[in-house]
Design a protein around this ligand. Structure first.
Ligand SMILES: *Cc1c(COP(=O)(O)O)cnc(C)c1O
Length: 331
């Protein structure tokens, strides 16, 4: 099958390694082999899963005459930080609409947003939730009035364009499985805006990988992500009508959100510290720490019985660790 990709700009350092976690497998694998796809290594400041989506989104922006990128997220959004650096590297202006009151001191991703020269507008949570769509339109009109053209990128870069990032990543995963003689695998990823899961789910079907994709939701619930994956897939098909007909099935591992988005409990902080010392692999409390913790709980409960290999997508997020330093009570 000949898959016609839209143009992309090479922003990510790929292929990323697939790494075997020998000691983590022994400690938590219950007989499974645990692997990690190192998408935290797609770059340094321009890093994590969002870079793969931005390769296609920025090409779309440039090819359609946009000179400015507007996107949105939490104060510590990895997606916003990655967009800020993608813009700076490509000479595009970036305007970030952030959820929450501007703190006295910028830390983590927010500090990096400023360093990358992004314009940052912070909105109180209630206003953001109620008005973010209107704010996008308002700022687009503002730039329009200046004779500029601003592209509105949705939360997480998750739409039919961004989906290509993880559709393409599945070609890497196919090679990774082959190179390591992995005959079947479960692929587990954190799901926040659903785009990574949508891309992987489409990509596994398109490239016929012998794999099942699971999203561990870090907010909302299973139904939300089933709907979101379907919506992203529908947007993808609408934008690229020539793509092959596909039947996709999304899988969500719900029950690991804890107290809410961005709020991790002691077990997650403990796991982050334990894994860092055991394997030299650093997770974050918002996405990957929760997802890895959830994956271990599902392994222990026998969810993946009958399949040896489990691939955890390390989607990045290290800068979100520093503003949550107080979660590590030992130091
Ligand atoms: C955004 C993000 C995710 C979730 O990806 P989505 O495509 O938004 O579901 C997971 N991990 C990290 C570190 C992220 O920044």
């Amino acid at each position: 099958m000949e898959l016609q990709y839209p143009r992309r700009i090479a922003l990510a350092r790929t292929p990323t390694p697939l790494q075997y976690l020998e000691r983590a497998s022994a400690r938590w694998g219950c007989g499974h082999r645990l692997w990690v796809k190192r998408d935290d290594l797609t770059g340094c400041t321009l890093s994590g899963n969002k870079v793969r989506k931005l390769e296609f989104i920025t090409a779309h922006a440039i090819d359609h005459g946009y000179d400015t990128l507007i996107t949105c997220g939490g104060l510590q959004s990895n997606h916003c930080r990655a967009t800020a650096f993608a813009g700076a590297q490509l000479g595009l202006a970036v305007h970030l609409l952030l959820r929450g009151d501007e703190p006295d001191q910028a830390d983590g991703n927010l500090l990096l947003d400023h360093l990358a020269g992004a314009t940052v507008s912070c909105y109180p949570k209630r206003q953001y939730v109620a008005e973010v769509e209107a704010l996008f339109r308002q700022w687009q009109q503002h730039y329009d009035g200046l004779g500029r053209k601003a592209l509105a990128i949705p939360t997480g870069g998750s739409d039919g364009i961004g989906a290509w990032g993880y559709i393409a990543a599945c070609e890497e995963l196919a090679a990774d499985l082959g190179a390591n003689q992995i005959e079947r695998a479960h692929i587990v990823t954190a799901s926040g805006s659903g785009g990574t899961q949508a891309g992987l789910t489409l990509g596994v079907a398109l490239h016929r990988l012998p794999a099942t994709v699971w999203g561990v939701n870090v907010c909302d619930d299973a139904q939300y992500f089933l709907d979101k994956v379907a919506a992203d897939a529908a947007d993808w098909r609408r934008r690229y009508p020539q793509v092959p007909e596909l039947e996709i099935h999304a899988n969500v591992l719900d029950g690991h959100v804890g107290a809410g988005y961005g709020v991790a409990d002691e077990a997650v902080f403990g796991l982050i510290a334990e894994l860092a010392a055991l394997e030299g692999l650093v997770l974050d409390p918002v996405y990957t720490g929760k997802a890895f913790n959830g994956m271990l709980a599902e392994i222990a409960a026998g969810r993946f019985a009958g399949c040896t290999d489990i691939v955890f997508m390390h989607t990045g997020g290290i800068f979100g660790l520093f503003p949550q330093r107080s979660g590590f009570t030992a130091w």
